[in-house]
Design a protein. Sequence first.
Length: 361
Amino acid sequence: MKKLYTILLCSCTAIGIQAQEKYRVTYDYSTEEIGYYHLDKYNKVDDTLAKPRFKKNSLVEVKLTNVNPFAVDIVTDVKEEEIHETSGGFNFGSLLGGISSFSGGGLQMNVDNLPDQGLFSEGFASRGEGLSNKFTELNSLSSNVDAIKSTLMSNLLNPNMNKEAIMNNVKQAANQVSDARLSDPNANFYMFLASLDQVVKEDSQDIASDINALSKDLDNQAITKTELSRGELHAQNTAYSDLKNLLKSINESSMQTSQNINKIKELYTTLEASSFEQTYDYLIEADKVNIELKFVQSEFADENDLDNEQNTLKERNLKLFSKGGFKINTSIALTLNNFGDNSKDFYIDEDGYIGEDINDN
């Protein structure tokens, strides 16, 4: 109810007689939903607002959710005041700074370069035949690592993917790796990566051992056979060269696969620690405020994008309207005189704010 006052001015002092009001405005990047809420003194939501008008000098918390920090950077613009980020704590940029790009495919070993089995002694011929299968299995394992890596990167660079969906998709890709020696990625993804790296190293060492054994067999063949035809000598030299190249290939492939596993681990660790929410605080002092949110391609996404252009993904505006003015202590004597055709009646509302109405008398 409005209370009209016409009393002599003794003194007038603007006094804040109650705690600062707090509000929260939320924007969901995935669903485009905007919500307005009133907060209690513990920063807990105590009311949902349909058509909010915020009290002046109130603190408005702008909370953006489901914003993929790997793919999206946020540029804000507020006319009245700078907006200050308060989420703090997790330095996402510094963590990503130490992780190199995942561009470039996997290194596949050429199984066709295996030497002719007829060059080896009877005891080593079977080992040569088994070597081809081992190469195929290790190539398959390396391809699976590439698939996990590609899934993780494509999801991280997708601005419409949320944190939970990315983690689930990576684990689903890991579940496609069929090897009894591997642990369950759903139970502990880091344990899975550790066992995967161990399997790659063990299989690589096993293949390298077979290659070294075949090389020694060729040496023994050269000692026992004192006279070799030109064709036999050429075939033997070719076998030496092929085995040497295979050994180099297996070492490079094993090293690259292990590096990719480590990169997957680093990015997954960063993903777990990252926040897909960003919070800003704004002190509303104007009658109307327009907060512009520009969602652009992140630096991380830009480094892994072929066109190397920072694209604006979308722009949204949050419009805030305020009400009220300064508060006064109603025990202070006050005279408000207004004359003329456009005169107004002044009043103090139930919250202690001065308001006005057109005077129709």
